[in-house]
Design a protein. Structure first.
Length: 359
């Protein structure tokens, strides 16, 4: 089985994590401590320890960090002398060569990890999620933690080979059947097209062409396994079913505010009330006063706290209401670092964008 990579430093204090500025982590030690308390990192066996030396405090194992933070650490690993993962094609060939019962065990372990991740995505702490799944599956929590350590830093769609039982023979390089590259490329290009033909029909056509061209071929099952190993499922879905089918493979985006701070990002939008009112008359103006309308509100909201920072009411969405609400927010709370707006003309007009030609 291939060894998994690990970063040069595996134990981190909150201040060190803040200085590293890793993805999906807060930028201050205090907020990282809050995150550690929220997810109960200290209760994870073998993953948290008291820091030795002056100052004390806690240190946390790198495998407790969010996935994107782990990947950022792995990206800095020096290649000289560092353990490497096997090429994904060889890893999948090794996995396909295992007996069915060992493959079934790997799928069972993957299902446990996916249940844990689903509970964490729903707001449950990681340690509590592991305990819940362990109780349901009738295994110890340490067993699930070991499974999660086995796939640390591994691509989500490449986890199965790393969860297969390791008492099976060590990963070996599979002797691949020798076929002509032209035959293999013809078979792939025929299969990976929007018409989505069956693999069996593509194989028959490729064999017929191979006979005329004198190409060396392989068995259908061998070619099918090679396709599954070398061409990711995401690529197959995109080529055969299109972008919409590819999007359906990904879960809905989960947003977490823990890495933000107040006024780091704001959003704004218009809301049309489900009530009718008589718009007040402005003396000396022909602005449509006295009409029966459904008023519209534009509001700026702080994404971190959810607080409404400013708002304005008007009969219709327009640049003036947006400008006034924006000015109110800046006068009271300052200029945010980021703003999330839609592409409506009330926001993306030449008055507000400085005269740009397009939105």
């Amino acid at each position: 089985m291939p060894e998994l990579r690990s970063p040069d430093r595996v134990w981190w204090t909150p201040d060190q994590l803040a200085e590293a500025a890793l993805p999906d982590l807060p930028q201050t030690g205090r907020r990282i401590n809050a995150m550690a308390a929220r997810f109960n990192w200290r209760a994870v066996t073998g993953k948290a320890r008291r820091r030795k030396g002056k100052g004390g405090g806690w240190e946390y194992h790198w495998t407790l960090l969010p996935m994107r933070a782990q990947q950022a650490l792995l990206a800095t690993v020096k290649q000289d002398g560092a353990p490497q993962q096997m090429p994904r094609g060889e890893a999948w060939e090794w996995f396909e060569g295992l007996p069915e019962k060992h493959q079934a065990k790997a799928r069972q372990r993957l299902a446990m990890i996916q249940r844990v991740e689903a509970l964490v995505a729903g707001g449950l702490g990681r340690d509590l999620a592991v305990r819940e799944v362990a109780q349901i599956e009738g295994v110890s929590g340490k067993t699930i933690w070991n499974y999660m350590a086995d796939i640390a830093g591994v691509r989500i769609d490449d986890r199965l080979p790393y969860l297969a039982p390791r008492y099976q023979a060590a990963m070996r390089r599979v002797q691949r059947a020798e076929v002509d590259d032209a035959f293999w490329e013809f078979l792939k290009s025929d299969y990976l097209r929007p018409e989505a033909p069956s693999f069996a029909s593509c194989y028959r056509r490729a064999v017929q062409v191979a006979r005329d061209q004198g190409w060396q071929t392989g068995k259908e099952r061998t070619m099918r396994n090679r396709l599954s190993a070398e061409v990711p499922e995401l690529t197959q879905t995109l080529c055969r079913k299109g972008v919409d089918a590819l999007k359906a493979l990904y879960p809905a985006q989960t947003r977490d505010r823990v890495s933000l701070h107040a006024m780091e990002a704001v959003n704004a939008d218009y809301h049309r009330f489900d009530v009718f009112v008589r718009w007040p008359v402005d003396p000396g103006s022909n602005s449509g006063g006295g009409q029966i309308v459904r008023p519209q509100l534009v509001a700026f909201q702080d994404i971190y706290s959810g607080r409404i920072l400013s708002w304005r009411l008007d009969r219709t969405p327009n640049k003036v209401g947006v400008s006034l609400a924006l000015g109110d927010m800046i006068e009271r709370f300052g200029i945010p670092s980021h703003g999330v707006l839609d592409n409506g003309r009330e926001f993306a007009n030449k008055f507000l964008t400085g005269g740009v030609k397009t939105r």
